[in-house]
Design a protein around this ligand. Sequence first.
Ligand code: PSV
Ligand code: MN
Length: 392
Amino acid sequence: MADRTKVKAALRAQQIETPSWAYGNSGTRFKVFAQEGVPRTPQEKIDDAAQVHRFTGVAPSVALHIPWDKVDDYAALAAYARDAGVRIGAINSNVFQDDDYKLGSVCNPDPGVRAKALDHLLECVDIMDATGSPDLKLWFADGLNYPGQDDIRARQDRLAEALAVVYGRLSADQRFLLEYKFFEPAFYATDVPDWGTAYAHCVRLGPKAQVVVDTGHHAPGTNIEFIVAFLLREGKLGGFDFNSRFYADDDLMVGAADPFQLFRIMHEVVRGGGYGRAGTDDAGTAFMLDQCHNIEPKIPGQIRSVMNVQEATAKALIVDADALAEAQLAGDVLGANAVLMDAYNTDVRPLLAELREEMGLDPDPVAAYRRSGYFEKIRVERVGGQAAGWGA
Ligand code: PSV
Ligand code: MN
């Protein structure tokens, strides 16, 4: 059994990033149900993210989405975040919302549109310089709805060209994380449909190009933990966009749909050195949430999600690695499986409650948040103005 003190030390060091857009209103294409107290500005989103960190102690950064979080002075926004007790994390680019992007952004057949998209990506790196953000997240909605609509191979060339320019603009301590998605908004073919495509582009460019695994971006039944193991082995797993899904890219709370899958993923992360071995072979995998809370309250939804990642991580950390390796090498199929299942079936909530108390936190972050009165405050303060929403 893994050493309890070491497990707690590893959990204490974990950092889970929350996304600014999770605090705004969101919904489906059928309806967005507005909630009370929703932030109107990037600063108010940061205030909400700071609450998640205040009650969990492991969510010290917030990702921005540009232009949803556009401000005049990004250095000032970073200072605002610092004063609130958090920092700005990944900068998420957006080359999917303008009319110009109907036929794609960096893969568009029109060089003018490609230039516009590239300018935006470079502007995002300028923003990283100002905020001190380490990561640029690249997700391209580019793709085709119909066979023959455009030349698949030429689009790969255009993609490679744009990625090379962005890569060249990164400083030594910056990375880009290339996100893949097998469908939506394009339905026939997307230009970065899978980890293999993302991986190949990243390998060609070098160490500052990494793959990000959004857990909602795979076909049903895909073995995501295999992808995680493979990318870690190659030193190419830049991070996660965590969420969970029942059907498509549902963006539900991570660990809600399939906590066992999340455990299997975290087991490979721990096994592959992507986490918890700082100073040794830690691969610098970023744990980010990419979720929307359409019907549940947003701040407690984020707190719950952070706790779900923590629980899966704790279970992965308590796997008896020696017993597992021994059973595997002996060809003991049932024994090896039992070692893994023992960890998964362990109730780690008492361990996490103990850890939180040691960190000076309430053992029950959701209850502590509810008691804090923060929601009552924002629901009266945040009246008027334009509530933030997906796309605004
Ligand atoms: C695309 O579905 C995606 O996962 C990308 O990460 C975007 O930046 C994000 O969603 C927007 O919510
Ligand atoms: Mn994502």
